[in-house]
Write a protein that binds this ligand. Structure first.
Ligand code: SF4
Length: 299
């Protein structure tokens, strides 16, 4: 893997564009501007070359060129780790590795191989893997194996699991995420298997958009507030989202617009998170996983 471009800075986020085989991929080191490196470090890796799902809000689906191997995923992590900690001893309180960049992670079994190998690869007491999925159906037993790995290596709050649902309207969810997916009931059942006392709650992520309803009554019908937390995020300014006419309803200056929704969700017993991110991240292009696609996925 050869790094061909670095964009951004060490203060907010540094995005790496790399050439791998005949393709390009991207990965990110993201920082909390208010915290020193010893407190928090986030690495966001790609799991696929592009993505076959082609969600309406995501440029990663423009091209799909195949899976990354275990070592190719590790190359992304090692590149960033070696910049700061060449001896692979990582004394960072929260060392988060997010499997959320380009490509749905549940379509690549190598992601699970990486999760199994991570604890012995680095000396990192603060290790916190984070996996975000749209919850595809029938992915070769991916989720069953994930449950076993989480229980074996990452109990007691050392794993972050997220399902990106985005709307409670099933038809609109299908339009937005055009692939066969787990139903809300399937996800709730997974939650019962996956979650143990001491774990971080499983996140249900909703991008707050015009015409994509988020109905707390539907959420509580399926999901148990003792296992699931609700996260609301803005629509990233991708080329695809623009061309599909998607409209963001959650801006920095308009956080108040979701207050009613938050209030209703809290009344039903849910913890809620509003995650708007740094404005600078949009300029760097680091908060969405589409920089390569916007340039050119393949040579
Ligand atoms: S949002 Fe995720 S699943 Fe959808 S196209 Fe982008 S990378 Fe793939």
């Amino acid at each position: 893997m050869q790094i061909v471009q670095e964009i951004g800075n060490d203060k907010v986020a540094r995005l790496y564009v790399a050439k791998l085989r005949d393709y390009f991929l991207e990965f990110v080191e993201s920082r909390d501007p208010g915290l020193p490196l010893e407190e928090k470090m986030v690495i966001v890796v790609s799991c696929l070359l592009g993505c076959p799902v082609k969600c309406l809000m995501c440029d990663a689906g423009k091209n799909y060129c195949g899976m990354l191997s275990k070592e190719e995923i590790f190359e992304q992590i090692d590149t960033i780790v070696d910049r700061h900690f060449p001896d692979r001893k990582i004394p960072v309180k929260k060392f988060k590795i997010q499997f959320t960049r380009m490509g749905e992670p549940a379509f690549n079994p190598a992601v699970l191989d990486v999760l199994e190998a991570l604890p012995s690869r680095y000396e990192a007491p603060g290790l916190l893997p984070s996996l975000s999925t749209i919850g595809p159906k029938n992915t070769w037993g991916f989720f069953d194996r994930l449950i076993k790995i989480k229980k074996k290596y990452y109990g007691g709050g050392h794993f972050q699991m997220q399902f990106s649902i985005h709307t409670t309207d099933v038809k609109k969810r299908d339009k937005l995420i055009p692939t066969s997916k787990m139903s809300f009931k399937n996800i709730a059942d997974f939650g019962r298997e996956f979650f143990e006392t001491g774990d971080r709650k499983i996140t249900l992520n909703f991008i707050v958009m015009e015409a994509y309803p988020i109905n707390p009554a539907v959420i509580v019908k399926y999901f148990d507030p003792t296992r699931f937390v609700l996260k609301f995020t803005p629509l990233n300014p991708t080329e695809k989202a623009r061309s599909m006419g998607l409209v963001n309803l959650l801006h920095h200056e308009q956080e108040g617009r979701v207050q009613e929704l938050l209030k209703e969700c809290r009344k039903l017993g849910f913890d809620t998170i509003v995650s708007i991110g740094e404005l600078e991240e949009n300029t760097i292009g680091s908060n969405c996983g589409q920089y390569v696609s916007n340039l050119k996925c393949m040579e």
